[in-house]
Design a protein around this ligand. Structure first.
Ligand code: FES
Length: 106
């Protein structure tokens, strides 16, 4: 998690994010993917695989990770780190719920 952020931005309802899926929000040049797990935990990562910039938001969410749709690297939703033998890290952002509203910390 990223500690520097204090600015919580509402980015929609949790119901807009499919379980085991993601929804993207733009922040300047960056696209941030907000993931929802099967048990309704939320995570926010830059929508860019550390391997070759694949769109993680289109990957499959499972066990606290997302599998990149391009070459199947597995990225931790919590840390943004590639799992197993692969090395690399995607930026993560804090995210929380207030009622049904998803707040992204930027
Ligand atoms: S770009 Fe994600 S695994 Fe290659």
């Amino acid at each position: 998690m990223n500690i520097r952020s204090t600015n919580w931005i509402p980015v929609g309802s949790i119901h807009d994010i499919p379980r085991q899926g993601a929804r993207c929000v733009k922040h300047g040049e960056m696209t941030i993917a907000i993931f929802r797990t099967a048990d309704d935990r939320l995570f926010a990562l830059e929508d860019r695989c550390p391997h070759r910039n694949g769109p993680l938001s289109q990957g499959i969410v499972h066990d606290g990770c997302v599998t990149c749709p391009l070459h199947n690297w597995v990225i931790s939703l919590e840390t943004g780190r590639a799992q197993g033998a692969d090395e690399g890290q995607t930026a993560t952002f804090p995210v929380r719920l207030e009622g049904d509203t998803v707040l992204l910390g930027l």
